[in-house]
Design a protein around this ligand. Structure first.
Ligand code: PNS
Length: 169
């Protein structure tokens, strides 16, 4: 049986840190499904379709990576997908509380739900989509933080977001 794992997240947008974790998972498991999921705490700047397109572009050289989306409980998706585990990136100690809570909540709801944590390359340890969005919004260079095919899309979206904000001020 091929062993498939789910890499869930907001991916708003996908960063080099996400890419790093997806590539590690793709080397360890037969199949990886990157799942654009709903985090009710966040208001994304990219639509689900846009985020999926960006991820597909970044992962196009990885034949065992596919992309899907789901608006619901991760454990419900997990149960019907046949995946053996959830794979998440753990960057620093600061991630631990949040990730541990999610993993425990998922297991409480579904005892078979395993969560595997992978660590990124040290140069991606501090990276997050929100840092990238903020740098892009104020004209900083994000090319070292996001895959090349993502840069222009993020810069355009964040420049637009900042322009709209200034109009309202
Ligand atoms: O990239 P993020 O925002 O840290 O990813 C968090 C995400 C989307 C994986 C998480 O919010 C999630 O699993 N959302 C689906 C709803 C759910 O199952 N929540 C976990 C139980 S509280």
């Amino acid at each position: 049986m091929p062993r498939m794992v789910i890499c869930p997240g907001s991916f708003d947008p996908i960063t080099k840190g996400h890419e790093d974790i997806i590539r590690r998972a793709a080397a360890l498991f037969d199949q990886v499904r990157v799942l654009v999921s709903t985090n009710p705490e966040k208001s994304p700047i990219f639509s689900v379709q846009e985020r999926m397109e960006l991820i597909r572009d970044v992962c196009k050289d990885l034949p065992n990576v596919e992309v899907d989306s789901f608006n619901g409980l991760l454990v419900d998706y997990l149960a019907q997908s046949g995946a053996v585990a959830i794979v998440k990136g753990l960057r620093a100690v600061s991630d631990f509380d949040y990730e541990f809570q999610q993993a425990m909540a998922n297991r409480a709801m579904q005892p078979q739900a395993e969560t595997i944590f992978l660590t990124p390359n040290v140069k991606n340890m501090f990276l997050s989509s929100s840092v990238v969005r903020q740098i892009a919004r104020f004209g900083g260079d994000i090319s070292q933080f996001v895959p090349a095919c993502v840069v222009d899309r993020v810069v355009a979206r964040m420049t637009e977001a900042n322009r709209k904000y200034l109009e309202k001020e």
